[in-house]
Write a protein that binds this ligand. Structure first.
Ligand code: AMP
Length: 286
């Protein structure tokens, strides 16, 4: 069957209910639209693993702590529908803000601890907005599986914790980060970069790669690793770093001595555009 566009919660629920009566397993891929090859990787994986795939397109005002970032967020519904149709998606759920929030929500999902460092520190309220909207989308679609990108590792850790703590019966699938050949992670916000800014933005991946190299060559001190990554960032004076942290891959807490697998995460500003990325690193045994 061809792609269908659901604009209301009732339409989305009716589509999923019909798929359930046909015995299909349901997948959801939550996105904010302006879809790119990174989103396509999640969608393709969902289509390969599930009988019925719902892609949600919703720029959630609740998770933006910066009004300018919200109002400038890119939109391209027709291109998003084309990408979904080509990949074999069944339903795109693209509700309006009024449909999702007909009145000010008095109920929020707050996940503590995992949300404190990094994005939580620099974007107050962001994860509360994310967890609340993802909980709503999970209740609307009631999927068997939900697909998220490793690109937003802290977001995934937050959702994982919410799903565990609140007993959602949903399997979370983590999809590796898709990058441009320069190493720059695909992001809807890359559309805002000028040609020059795009060249400077590679500083982010270069710093992460250097940190990974230093960890894998045996350095156990996070401070030493971070200092080395900071030197790489300093080669790009056009870029300013908000944070570069070495964290526990599960609870996202910064660690000082690296004894096992870690995640290195970084946020930078290139001009007015804020970019985040992360990589895993495992110290060499012995
Ligand atoms: P967004 O539209 O930015 O909210 O992203 C929707 C989903 O796509 C999230 O689970 C992201 O982690 C994932 N995603 C975004 N960029 C990439 C990428 N470059 N590679 C893989 N997944 C991505």
């Amino acid at each position: 069957m061809n792609l269908r566009l659901a604009r209301t919660i009732a339409e989305a629920r009716a589509e999923v209910a019909a798929a359930r009566t046909r015995g299909l397993s349901i997948a959801v891929v939550p996105t904010m639209g302006a879809l790119h090859t990174g989103h396509a990787a999640l969608i393709e994986r969902a289509c390969a693993e599930s009988g019925f795939v719902v892609v949600t397109l919703f720029v959630n005002p609740l998770q933006f702590n910066d009004a300018g970032d919200y109002s400038n967020y890119p939109h391209n519904l027709q291109a998003d529908l084309d990408l979904c149709e080509e990949r074999g998606v069944d339903v795109v759920f693209a509700p309006s803000v009024d449909e999702m929030y007909p009145r000010a929500t008095r109920t929020h999902v707050d996940v503590d601890t995992v949300t404190e460092p990094m994005e939580g520190r620099f974007r107050p309220g962001h994860f509360r907005g994310v967890a609340t909207v993802v909980a709503k989308l999970f209740h609307i679609v009631q999927p068997d599986r939900a697909y998220f990108g490793e690109k937003d590792a802290q977001q995934l850790a937050v959702i994982r914790r919410m799903v565990d703590d609140l007993n959602f019966s949903i399997k979370l699938v983590e999809v590796p980060t898709v990058r441009e050949t320069s190493g720059l992670a695909m992001s809807s916000r890359n559309q805002r970069l000028s040609e020059a800014e795009r060249q400077w933005a590679v500083a982010l991946y270069k710093a992460l790669e250097e940190a990974r190299r230093v960890i894998e060559s045996g350095e156990a001190s996070a401070a030493v690793v971070k200092a080395r990554a900071a030197e790489v960032l300093a080669e790009y004076p056009q870029v300013s770093a908000e944070y570069l942290e070495i964290v526990d891959p599960d609870d996202m807490h910064p660690i000082e001595t690296i004894t096992g697998p870690v995640r290195i995460a970084c946020a930078i500003l290139v001009g007015k555009t804020r970019l985040i990325d992360n990589v895993r690193a495992t110290p060499h045994p012995g």
